[in-house]
Design a binder for this molecule. Structure first.
Ligand code: ADP
Length: 269
């Protein structure tokens, strides 16, 4: 990591603190720069969608927020606090495990591949984290899990193991499982890409209802341009590891200014 962290605030303070803030974030694999001095803010309750060509760094943004990747420069803040750094003697230093655990708990993620625990029922999948990580009593965890399974339309399948569920049903359980941890930010990475076409709607409907009914902050990567347009507060078009153009969905999809955005959209729409 470049030790340029002296330039960054120890904490974000004041009004209008973003829920997520990438400040000048760089991520490299060898010679390949995957995130190139990325600045990205997501406001509390905002739904931001990232679109862009393959290899432009979209998934790396989400993986960095999950602390699955170590960034090489810049600082990421979640809820005003540095994600992988902490304050020591008035400076930002690399965070210890305790800080990382506390910060990770603020973020929930759903992947393309649902990664449910195969040996547990849908209900047990949704109880595991709250009981083991948050230390919730089992009864309370069960109640919360059943409520969330109801919200994603999976009440009747709560006793089934993942192998007995369709892809769309598994993905809905995966969303309930992530929500059971009460994250401040939800990340969705291509959650419909591995699904048969007839199952896409049931998953996008769940995400739509989250946007309509909850004040969760959400960051989504998708190839489904129609869905991105309909559901997002803001769309960010990524190119070469940074934001080439961003704005309201209608603006990005109807009157994009940058040539690269125009080219990308004319190829995919
Ligand atoms: P996107 O989601 O926009 O398709 P990614 O964030 O997945 O892009 O990847 C950005 C670039 O980083 C790609 O060129 C990819 O090949 C490369 N990359 C991703 N993970 C690794 C890795 N573990 N090692 C080397 N290169 C990687």
């Amino acid at each position: 990591m470049n030790d340029d962290t002296g330039r960054y605030p120890l904490k974000l303070e004041g009004d209008n603190i973003p829920m997520v803030s990438f400040r000048n974030v760089t991520k490299k694999y060898g010679d390949l720069t995957v995130l190139d001095r990325l600045d990205l803010d997501v406001a509390p309750g905002e739904m931001v969608t990232i679109i862009g060509p393959s290899g432009s760094g979209k998934t790396t943004v989400l993986r960095s927020l999950m602390t699955l990747e170590t960034i090489d420069g810049g600082v990421i803040y979640v809820d005003g606090e540095p994600l992988t750094h902490m304050e020591k003697g008035g400076k930002l230093v690399r965070a210890n495990q305790r800080h990382l655990r506390r910060m990770r708990a603020k973020i929930g993620m759903c992947f393309q591949h649902f990664n449910l625990f195969p040996h547990m029922t849908a209900l047990e999948n949704c109880m595991e984290g709250p009981v083991q990580v948050l230390g919730l009593p089992k009864d309370e965890a069960r109640e919360r899990a059943l409520e969330l399974l109801g919200m994603v339309g999976m009440s009747e399948k709560s006793d089934q193991h993942p192998s007995r569920l369709s892809g769309g049903q598994q993905q809905r359980v995966a969303i309930a499982r992530a929500l059971a941890m009460r994250p401040s930010v939800m990340l969705f990475d291509e959650v419909t890409s591995a699904l048969d076409p007839e199952m896409i709607g049931e998953v996008t409907n769940v995400i739509r209802s989250l946007v309509d009914q909850h004040s969760l902050t959400m960051l989504m990567v998708t190839h489904q341009m129609g869905f991105a347009r309909e559901i997002s507060d803001r769309v960010c078009f990524f190119y070469g590891g940074s934001i080439e153009e961003q704005g309201a969905p209608a603006t990005i999809f109807e009157t994009p200014e940058k040539e690269r955005t125009q080219q990308f959209l004319s190829a995919v729409l």
